[in-house]
Design a protein around this ligand. Sequence first.
Ligand code: SF4
Length: 383
Amino acid sequence: MNTDPTQGNFSDVLSRMEWSDVAGRIASVSDADVVRVIAKARANRRQLDADDFIVLVSEAAGSHLEEMAQLSQRFTLERFGRTISMYIPMYVSNACTNKCVYCGFNHDNPMQRTILTLDQVKAECEAIKKLGPFENLLIVSGEFPSLCGTDYFSKVLATCRPYFHNLTIEVQPMKQPQYEALVGAGLHGVVCFMETYHEPSYRECHPRGMKSIFEWRLNGYDRMGRAGLHKIGMGVLLGLQPDWRTDAAMLAIHLRYLQRKYWRTRYSINFPRMCPSESGFQPRVVVSDRQLAQLTFAFRLFDHDVDISYSTRESDDFRRHMMPLGVTSMSAGSRTEPGGYASVPDALEQFAITDNRTPDAVAADIRAGGYEPVWKDWDSVFD
Ligand code: SF4
């Protein structure tokens, strides 16, 4: 693996792998393989490698959930203590040039488009601060670079900066100099979902716009790493294509590649389960609670340090149950439409929220479980 940060991209690594080969290896995992990898994790408590992850994400490992849960809980406690980092998303735009078949914001949907002005962004910040003591803000937008590009996001960051110490964006993939400019403007992290590593499904689900270029998105993480971002968030959408286990294995391989190459950066992962959207998309596989738990444990055993995030797409019950078992960050009080906090919106949500509790109620629940909600884990003085 090339670990020179100035050289190569993950597409070089992926081009040397066959999806069917990884899928076949996952399908052929035996019970003895699972016992061996769990024993390895327990005995030396070192982080595992990608071959071990392939074993832990297999169907065979589904019968060892209890042992995996215990180890996941232990490693998470050792690394993170009894804490859950709190964040909140702020949608600044639903304008988008892409046509993702599963998203209500897609270009062909004849809906009213909104791009928040800086005054509206300020009003959103003030409304969020009344909801709870959030310091981690995730700024989200559709992908419309000519209207929402580096210049717009620099101004949005400057507007949000007095209210929040930690600013992350989830917007279109950018060029390295654009990321560098935003880091200079106070950007801390970038979240970008690869959606799926299965290229034929990717192309089918993203037929138009910059997002249709698989390699542009895939190599965006290398551009983020080279730009020196403090934190990179990654993930796949569970349900975009049927074989979620192989997608998860590809995500694990990608994560380990980035960690070796851009070792100063911290990483987070999130794997939302898809639900039917405004555009009529039906998930191509339904991942059960048990399977999502297995995926979470597999990632924690694979990597003790990675931040594992559960959003309000998941139910309050499931988030409560998973809190001590590997999850390290949660959103609360989320709205997924631009202007959703300061005004009573008539705009379309990007996806439906399942956990509708207030931030106070989520925080109280976390405390009741013996954990501490952490609102601030970064100070802008470090920038
Ligand atoms: S998922 Fe993102 S890029 Fe795709 S249509 Fe929706 S907002 Fe646009």
